[in-house]
Write a protein that binds this ligand. Structure first.
Ligand code: HEM
Length: 464
């Protein structure tokens, strides 16, 4: 297969921090503990050359698919045979109910068919003013500070952006209340526990699920109230949001609209799937730009030539090709979702290798994005490797920050538009640098988080 960067002629100058690669496999106990603490720090050197690997750890069998052909087979050709393992709904169901992320089979097909129209570029256009408003809130909040914890600031900003895009919500108190509930869950009852790892079904160890159930009640009634208020007082013509689009959806095959409970679950799904992922992308892109001052200066010039306040449609984002490449390269080096897990329903064969029913099958964008057969200078930050490619995740190659196949992220256009506007707005005002020399290491939790939250120095850019 052709490497996405086959024509690369840049020599690398910035090698961003990453955990060490081990000479050989870690012993079982270290591997188990390492997988819990930081699954980016467990990989042996050979993982970055091979196409398939099998492992058995304390009786649990797993397989790693590390090749585009295998990924295509598992995620597209025979996707119907692969489902998300039981641990995931235990953690996520209280937040998103029966929404798209956890749906399977015919129910998933129906939901995806109904939800796809609101995420087409035409509809994302409608959401751009919300992203611009969230970006302006962010820079207002940073105003006057010599330095800031951008990890936290981007979390708040991405939550703000998704809540504005979904519900308009100009009222800060209301946004804080809803955002506070989500953060409360992810940092509290939603954190994985030991029982989750050993659960055979979504409801095993029921005694450990009480706090999650209690949260679900409070959360659903909060989102229900927003949906009910909109149904009783629809928006007039003017600025629309995703909730308007979801209420207006009609199934292209059956003409059905989306039921009220399901509208709530889909809204909750978009908050869950869309906020932390995009916040991490913004953090790592900003961090990489502090390591590459030249690239940062070039981006600033690009943004000065077409300032964010001129953005009216997605096409306008084409004025920032360099910014897009930086985001694509950030998604390669620090993919917010570093690992995808599935279980086969039936025995299967992937790339000539038998894979039995119930085995945990992994695809690790973290590894595949640094694979030596598919990337030149795989550990280096070289945004130009994506020159001329605006959506490389659709090419079915070794680049899958948004997953692959029919279950590929529905929000990719949304996320990149939001990130472009947010980062452009920050770079228009500030030169970013890091205080101190301590490297920020990537740590895999639900997403790739920073090992600590560095303070970013914010030096005001003089107006042109
Ligand atoms: C940089 C930001 C984002 C990244 C890296 C990302 C990544 C991903 C990945 C890897 C998957 C596939 C998971 C799997 O196959 O197990 C996925 C699915 C999904 N994403 Fe995103 N995502 C991002 C932003 C968003 C946004 C902004 C939204 C919505 C507003 C969203 C909504 C979803 C949904 C609903 C799914 C499930 C799709 C299905 O199963 O059919 N994501 N995302």
């Amino acid at each position: 297969m052709t490497a996405p960067d086959a024509m690369l002629d840049t020599s690398p100058s910035v090698i961003p921090p990453a955990p060490i690669v081990h000479r050989k496999d870690l012993p079982p106990i270290r591997l188990l503990l390492g997988s819990i603490r930081n699954s980016l720090a467990i990989w042996p050197d050979y993982a970055f050359d091979m196409a398939f690997n099998r492992n058995t750890l304390f009786g649990v069998e797993s397989a790693l698919i590390n090749d585009p052909q295998g990924v295509r087979y598992m995620m597209a050709t025979n996707a119907a045979n692969y489902v998300r393992p039981a641990m995931l709904p235990r953690l996520v169901r209280p937040l998103i109910g029966q929404g798209l992320f956890l749906a399977e089979g015919g129910e998933w097909r129906r939901q995806r068919r109904q939800l796809s129209p609101p995420f087409t570029p035409n509809h994302v256009n409608i959401l751009l003013p919300h992203f611009i408003a969230a970006a302006n809130d962010l820079v207002r909040q940073l105003e006057g500070q010599p330095s800031a914890d951008l990890s936290d600031a981007y979390q708040m900003a991405a939550l703000n952006a998704v809540l504005r895009a979904l519900f308009s919500m100009p009222d800060q108190e209301e946004r804080d209340r809803i955002g506070g509930l989500v953060r409360q869950y992810v940092t509290g009852p939603g954190r994985p526990q030991i029982f989750d790892a050993f659960a055979r079904s979504e409801t095993s160890f029921g005694f450990a699920l009480g706090k999650r159930r209690a949260f679900q009640k409070r959360w659903f009634s909060a989102v229900d109230a927003i949906v009910a208020a909109r149904r009783s007082a629809p928006h007039d013509a003017g600025q629309q949001d995703l909730l308007d689009l979801l209420i207006a959806v009609r199934d292209p095959e059956t003409g059905e609209s989306i039921a009220t409970d399901e509208v709530r679950d889909q809204c909750a799904t978009m908050i869950f799937a869309g906020y932390e992922t995009t916040a991490r992308l913004l953090f790592w892109a900003s961090y990489l730009l502090t390591l590459d001052h030249g690239e940062q200066a070039r981006l600033r010039a690009e943004v000065a030539a077409f300032p964010p306040e001129r953005v009216a449609t997605l096409d306008d984002l084409g004025h920032w090709p360099r910014l897009r490449r930086v985001l694509l390269e950030t998604l390669r080096l620090y993919p917010p979702v570093p690992i995808l897990v599935r279980e086969p329903i039936e025995d299967d064969v992937i790339m000539g290798e038998p894979v039995r029913r119930g085995v945990q099958v992994y695809i690790a964008p973290w590894v595949l994005h640094r694979h030596r057969k598919h990337w030149q200078h795989p550990t280096a930050f070289i945004p130009d490797r994506f020159a001329g490619q605006s959506s490389p995740w659709t090419s079915g190659g070794a680049y899958l920050p948004f997953g692959a196949g029919p279950r590929i992220c529905i929000g990719a256009v949304f996320a990149l538009a939001e990130a472009q506007i947010m980062l452009a707005t920050v770079l228009q005002r500030y030169t970013l640098a890091i205080e101190g020399k301590r490297p920020v290491m990537p740590v895999a939790r639900l997403t790739i988080q920073p090992s600590y939250a560095p303070m970013f120095k914010l030096e005001h850019t003089p107006s042109p």
